[in-house]
Design a protein. Sequence first.
Length: 283
Amino acid sequence: MAPASPELISPRSPRVSAARRLARRNFRGKERLFLAEGPQAVREAAAYGEGTLVELFATLDAAERYADIVGEARSAGARVHLADEQVIADISTTVTPQGLVGVCRFIDTPFEEILDARPQLVAVLANVRDPGNAGTVLRCADAAGAEAVVLTDASVDLYNPKAVRASVGSLFHLPVAVGVPVEQAVAGLKDAGVRILAADGAGAHDLDEELDKGAMGGPTAWVFGNEAWGLPEETRALADAVVRVPIHGKAESLNLATAAAVCLYASARAQRASGGCRSVTDS
């Protein structure tokens, strides 16, 4: 007798409907759940802590290809549902789904806990509205070794599916505080002994000059502004210094994520100058 085919979850299942609704912010906030799509994000969610990954929807092909991830999801306590490609496409927010979609609990960290940890390098996103940029800056902060990211109350939803995808799993690697007024974020970080640098193309201080002066080695928080109009004057006034990334060629400017990567890595290099740091090419 031929073995029975694995049972697939019905497209009309309440579990599928509930997962599909998480593409909308109001449902994410109500349920305190979000979607993590693709093998990298699902693997990181499973590793984050038991109970973080609640459910996993997987096509038969993906369940075989990523059997190790499915096993990690089960070990982390997630309920695994096998689904056809149409169900995955209905839940996913990507044009070409990779066959794995996880449902995760919110994991943001209270701002006070970030301050209590006395961070050395922090990225503050003030009025950043593009979810792709927010996720990419989070990824840059993670790669540069930052201890935290803060999204102000006027910034995009951390759990927007595009932001989660753009973070490529980094959302699960470092503490992220959300909904913090920029004035509160700056005041709290200053009280924790962190120097506040506002990144602005018209800043009075040149990043290269700051590095040459040896002024970048202490605890630092970079404040990054809106993609279109940057930082308002009242926010720049909160900073200890407003710093520009020098443009040595003919480019008009740098986009937000690129400028953030340059600034965060400049601080990371200065802070690690005495001990060195691991190359991204090291195994």
